[in-house]
Design a protein around this ligand. Sequence first.
Ligand code: C2E
Ligand code: SIN
Ligand code: SIN
Ligand code: FE
Ligand code: FE
Length: 369
Amino acid sequence: MYKNELSPEDLLRIIFDYTAKIASERKLNEVLVLMANMGREMILSDRCTVWLIDLPNHELYTTVAHGVDEIRIPYGTGFVGSAIISGEPIIIDDAYGDPRHNSENDRKTGYHTKSIITVPFRNNDGEIIGAYQAINKLTAIGHFTAMDLDLLSLAASYAGKSLESVMLHQEIIDTQREIISAMGEIGEIRSKETGNHVRRVAEYSYILALGLGLGTSQAELLRTASPMHDIGKVAIPDAVLNKPGKLTAEEYDLIKSHTDIGHHLLRGSRRELLRTASIVAEQHHEKWDGSGYPLGRKGEEIHIFGRITAVADVFDALSAERVYKAAWPLEKIESLFRKERGHHFDPAVVDVFFAELPKLLKVRQQLTD
Ligand code: C2E
Ligand code: SIN
Ligand code: SIN
Ligand code: FE
Ligand code: FE
């Protein structure tokens, strides 16, 4: 029934195994789960959770089992809440003898909470950012000891630092996304299009990329980068960009330069996201048969992100009213894509376009102007 105490060798192995895994993990949810499993194995508890503080919402939250379910409780409630507020660990031998215990969960789940240990942890600036909580000791002694407190404190000091670096990494990614999206909107405001054009192109590109089998991380990369496809339009004069009627050949040449301009604006970066945006800005007007611009590339010489964004962009341009054209009805759009399959557009992307059309239309409807 009961588990035996761990040998020092077992303990070291657990610590080494988990710290190696945690050091190479960048997803916050995954780190939370790894940290929790590490704590559970180190002190032989039945359950273990890593809680984090969500200050703006005045809550504590945690992720259980592979990031699927998130649990939230009001800030300051339960043993975790007390430990976080006081900054002191708590060890309880029998939860039912303590007024802070909330037996509601036990009643709902049929689980019986007995012993509890909670250890708060801090970031590199010494601020408390969360707490470890383990429930029910599995050895014969049946409650947590001073040794468990030492071990969980060790895990907690490691957790504080790992979690902070993962959160900072996430912060950088989020910041890049926001900047890119804001830059995309600048291009769009200039050409009098609504805030939703770049968002729709992003979502269409994402659906098409997944439909082509590109994998989630590539599809997400494209979704984040594609709002920048027309950033080069910031350099095109209003009088041309927003001219109500037909363009002269010179004016059209000027507009076509938005691809080269966008490419040059972005290509200096070593950041993957900006390099991807640079490719999309350059290649979204290339055509499968080689008649596009600026490079006149053909077939698979055109980057797959360019071939996808071309379909997404034209679908959106035709769906919407522009200063120079009315919105097209769906049948007319569909017949253009059928006609241009293998000419303007990559046939494989057009096939996915038709296969995924219901999803695309749903996005179009959700993000209307
Ligand atoms: P946009 O308005 O976002 O259009 C993107 C692409 O959608 C166009 O690339 C074209 O491939 C397709 N598209 C848009 N409207 C139509 C249409 O009425 N018929 C057909 N068959 N395809 C259409 P394109 O042609 O390289 O144009 C690039 C950009 O140049 C356009 O972006 C727009 O900003 C500007 N532009 C193109 N034609 C005109 C025009 O006659 N007047 C003005 N003011 N701007 C134009
Ligand atoms: C908590 O108080 O932190 C939840 C655990 C419990 O009370 O059973
Ligand atoms: C924009 O400036 O993003 C709108 C032009 C387009 O649909 O490609
Ligand atoms: Fe464009
Ligand atoms: Fe566009």
